[in-house]
Write a protein that binds this ligand. Structure first.
Ligand SMILES: *Cc1c(COP(=O)(O)O)cnc(C)c1O
Length: 228
């Protein structure tokens, strides 16, 4: 009766501290497999493409306590749909996007489309990487005061994705760098005390992310195998 995916899941769950939230990244994974993992106790799922996610959500409506996280780059013209379909958005990567999300969150709340504000993480591009979105640390501090004006997003923390090809030392030091930005923000009380999340770590680097203080890890391949 052993399902390899559930075995992978159990092995990972054994090694991660109980305060770290495992988010199953299910891009390209079928709804049948998602349902199996849900039945094994995973409640947090992440997708990186809006339409693929919405189609799956529709088919998994009966799994009532799934919490959906969005982790892909969002175009501003999809901000409304994202706000309406996801409890969490980890990949808020520009002021312009944050402003759009804020606007649509206010509308959706007013119209009763959502019951509470979206929880968001701000995506930091800690190291230069032309293939990735996000604020550099300097850019982030430049936009901070404008971000703090947005009252319809529930800012929960920082998110990061590292460039490929780094050594373990470089990975750990970059994750620690992001954690330092977060603790500086906390120390200065820019955000309310529940700005306490660090969404960092994927299949290849999640142990180092946890070592640096990750509270949410986003795992795909290591649970589901290689994507097609
Ligand atoms: C695909 C993806 C992941 C999961 O990556 P794996 O290496 O398969 O674990 C995590 N975060 C983001 C933003 C992703 O796009």
């Amino acid at each position: 009766m052993s399902n390899p995916i559930i075995n992978n899941l159990r092995q990972i769950q054994e090694t991660i501290p109980s305060n770290v939230c495992l988010i199953a990244v299910t891009k390209t994974v079928s709804v049948e497999v998602i349902q199996t993992v849900y039945e094994a106790g995973v409640k947090n799922f992440a997708e990186n493409k809006l339409q693929e996610a919405i189609d799956k959500q529709e088919k998994l409506k009966h799994c009532r306590d799934i919490c959906w996280h969005f982790i892909g780059h969002l175009q501003t013209n999809k901000a409304k749909k994202a706000v309406e379909s996801f409890e969490w958005i980890h990949s808020v990567d520009s002021l312009k996007l944050a402003q759009k999300l804020d606007f649509h969150a206010q509308q959706a709340l007013e119209n009763g489309v959502i019951g509470k504000l979206p929880q968001v993480c701000l995506q930091i591009k800690f190291l230069p990487d032309e293939n990735k979105y996000g604020w550099s640390v300097d850019e982030f501090y430049q936009d901070l005061s404008e971000l703090l004006n947005l009252k319809n997003l529930h800012f929960r923390g920082l998110m990061t994705i590292l460039p490929t090809g780094l050594s373990s030392e470089e990975i750990l030091s970059a994750f620690q760098g992001v954690a330092n930005v977060a603790s500086n923000l906390r120390k200065n009380q820019y955000f309310p005390p529940d700005f306490d999340q660090l969404s960092m770590g994927m299949s290849g680097d999640y142990s180092l992310a946890i070592e640096a203080g990750a509270t949410m890890i986003r795992l795909g391949t290591i649970i589901f195998g290689d994507r097609k």
